[in-house]
Ligand binder design. Sequence first.
Ligand code: GTP
Ligand code: SPV
Ligand code: MN
Length: 613
Amino acid sequence: MVDVEKVLDEAGLKNEFVREYVAHWAEITGADRVEVVSAADDARLLKEAVDAGELEPAGDGLYYSRSYYKDTARSEERTIVATNNPADKGVYNNWRPASEMKPMLVERMTGASKGKTMYVIPYLMSPPGSPLEAYAAGVELTDSRTVVLHMIRMARVGAQYVDNLADPNHFVRAVHVTGDLENLGQGTPDDQRYFVTVADERTILHFGSSYGGNALLGKIAHGLRQACYDGWASKAFLAEQFMLLGITDKVTGEKYNICGGFPSASGKTNLAMTLAPDALGDRYVVEFYGDDIAWLWVNPDDGKVYGMNPEFGVFGVAKDTNEKTNPTALDAIQPGSGALFTNVAYNADTHEVWWEGKTKEPPADVTGWRDWKGNLISEREPGDDSPWAHPNSRFTTTLANVPNVAKDFEDPAGVRIDAIIFGGRTSDREPLVRGIKDLAEGVYDGLTLGAEATFAAEGVDGQLRYDPMSMRPFMAYGEGDYARHWIDVIGAATEQPIFAHVNWFQRDPDDGHFRWPGYRENLRALLWLIDLKNGKVSGRETPVGILPTRDELHLEGLEISDEDLDVLLTIDVERWRQEMGFREAHLKQFDRLPEEIWEAHRRVAEALEAEEA
Ligand code: GTP
Ligand code: SPV
Ligand code: MN
């Protein structure tokens, strides 16, 4: 048996509730050793991980790892929100009673860390001093060293974050046990994995993965699922899968902050890291606040909506990240940054990494190159053109490495939110941007976000589905209550942000090309939205929101055909009328959906009926 008391004393970890929790799970998991970690342990842990073969060198201060080949993305099916109240059941949260799930997880975790070290990771999911700090503290226990190294990049890590809590018992208990990955029946009827958030007990129990949101529990499980529940239970805030950026217009000196949700792997990181298009000169400066999670609240002093990014790093999709699409990301993962790469292609001779879209063609000399599964490219069967990197392969780097990170990204006050946008991969129907000024219509728009699912979750790639506010995989309670909470929180602001729906992914059905060039050019749509909010442009009213006219958009230097632009700036009324029926069926699933949402739905439907097709 490990002498847990001794380990905690030596680490100076005094919080009695934390100590009790660590001792409890050390006994259940049967770990051989217990170790408390802080960010200062990074260099030592990196060296240990390299010596143990868990990481491989990928250049100066860069590291590479592969996860088990059946463990490369979140599993939505195996992810569950459990509580003690059946009324918390929603359509998407896979609700189960806490009393049923806890024993199942304890059973799976019992003795499952035998022979391993249980790392104790005290963390904070907010800048210190934030008004939401009380919801941000947690302690992850994990039996994976690579998970520790990821957590050190993605969250603020150290014993100080749990030793001075206002309420010493108010921290999230987050237990991660990897399990025997080769014998878990991933994706079969006998699947042993369970990723459970016991939301009303602020306890997270994840078993059977060592990858991404399944294992870095501060991020998705706490920062989104648990916080979504906490925000509602406390009535104090919203926790959303949102990016958050600032745009400064150097001519007027004004700065605007925009946050918004696109489903997983649909462009949040790319948008938050974007640079103004070269053709717009240096008038606009984009600052990065966050790329995956934002917590929003109203500041009672000025009545405005504020937001902050609870994370400390970026866990970004590697695919198609290159000098043209996202130079900022490349800077953030350069030599010396301490970045980690997972499931990209790797060359052990040269320590290089590669992924689809990093360069147009893969390295011409394949000597030494292995794909994400570890197989030599040189030994592939002729005609095997499967990707070298897994589509959900990722890079992990801290915010401080992002060259355009906002100077005030750690300001505990957060930043004022001027606009909230929704978007996703929608190959038709959704125009480039439509502005929405009414709160209920904005919330309605978020709830009816329809998009193609991506490879960030197992087994759903390409499916067209509704993903309310991009929170479908992270929703912690009922959708009707969630809509009510949104209207209440944002409705309490005396100055409302403007809403908008954006789409960078409309395609020409004839040849499949993206009608909008995307990436850095996306800033043009956001600039128009700010102009709309400020009354500098009035756009064109349509049944589904306000669209830009061609001359209101900042189009200087943009290469786009007239036909593509016309389609991007018009509404296909017939297609939208059909959509309204789908939306009605979608919304009908939700219990206690606020009447304001139904009114918004009917207003849009009636306006569409009245429109000339
Ligand atoms: P998660 O981390 O899974 O929540 O994803 P995310 O929403 O941050 O997505 P990310 O920005 O990493 O983009 C995912 C994929 O979409 C990448 O392969 C990008 O290259 C691609 N992408 C992002 N923005 C655009 C765009 O404007 N146009 C096109 N065509 N592709 C884009
Ligand atoms: C997502 O899938 O939305 C992510 C990556 O941000 S993960 O941390 O794996 O959830
Ligand atoms: Mn995400």
